[in-house]
Design a protein. Structure first.
Length: 282
């Protein structure tokens, strides 16, 4: 059994990642795991072919996304399907999908120029995010119209949401095969312990929100960030393959999920079925 993982270059030196443990467990189980770093290779596009039972899209660089798209086009099996990963890379599309699924999100706007956002400030602060951003990079809370002048260098559409002041810590919910795990985390994290956070019991309300997100994208592996403001939860980000920090036995759970997905001899349940089981067990 062969599994290929599309990785970012910095992942080789990043500390505290769950992936080295996942790779080691899969290797111990007899899986041949190939780490693929697209930015380090000269790729002959004509020779891109399916050489693994399963691919995992861990990278989010333009080249890695294009590689994943090419593999998807020729029938490769992917743990986190390329169409879903591509949607979740675009916050505008993600927001529309979540709204359609009835998932609570902050009021959201998009504009091509910063000055078009000025009228929104009359009702309070807004938060600006790169529409293809991740890991909190480039996120800014804007209080005054003068601050919009500093956004002229942003490349691409201006993605803005009504700022919902968090009550206490942020909450992350991770879904692995329909099982949900809640982790509380301070923001911004200053230490590794901050990144690990601490587990919390997922309430029925948050469980419903997480399962709505999973159904909306047709997957049962994802992570979402939730802010509680004025007693109401808001989903502010969704990731198709998050870091799973703070999830008990995360490496073993992920390795088991990956192994089952890659094993052609098994007949894995469809995501909808696994989610149905999760609902019965709640």
């Amino acid at each position: 059994m062969k599994v290929g993982i599309l990785m970012m270059e910095h992942a080789k030196v990043r500390q505290q990642s769950v992936m080295p443990q996942v790779v080691q467990i899969l290797t111990d189980w007899g899986v041949k795991v190939d780490l693929i770093y697209p930015e380090q290779e000269l790729i002959d596009v004509a020779n891109i072919r399916v050489e693994h039972e399963l691919y995992i899209l861990k990278a989010s660089s333009p080249l890695a996304m294009s590689m994943a798209a090419a593999l998807h086009a020729i029938g490769a099996k992917m743990l986190n399907p390329y169409p879903v990963a591509a949607m979740l890379r675009d916050k505008i599309v993600t927001e529309r999908v979540l709204r359609t699924a009835g998932v609570p999100t902050p009021d959201t706007y998009v504009a091509d120029r910063a000055e078009l956002l000025a009228p929104l400030l009359e009702a309070g602060p807004i938060i600006i995010k790169p529409y293809r951003g991740s890991r909190g990079r480039g996120v800014r809370v804007i209080w005054d119209a003068d601050e919009l002048d500093e956004l002229s260098t942003i490349d691409g559409p201006m993605f803005a949401q009504r700022y919902q002041k968090p009550e206490g810590v942020d909450r992350k919910i991770y879904c692995i095969g329909g099982q949900l795990f809640g982790v509380e985390r301070v923001w911004p994290p200053l230490t590794y312990e901050d990144k690990l956070g601490r587990p919390f019991t997922v309430t029925p309300e948050l469980r419903d929100i997480a399962l709505r997100c999973a159904r909306a994208f047709g997957v049962d592996l994802l992570g979402l960030d939730i802010v509680i403001s004025d007693g109401r939860p808001y989903v502010v980000d969704v990731n198709s393959f998050p870091g799973f920090k703070g999830v008990p036995d995360a490496a073993l759970r992920l390795a088991d999920y990956i192994f089952a997905a890659a094993d052609r001899r098994s007949v894995p349940r469809q995501p909808a079925a696994r989610l149905a089981v999760a609902e019965v067990q709640k």
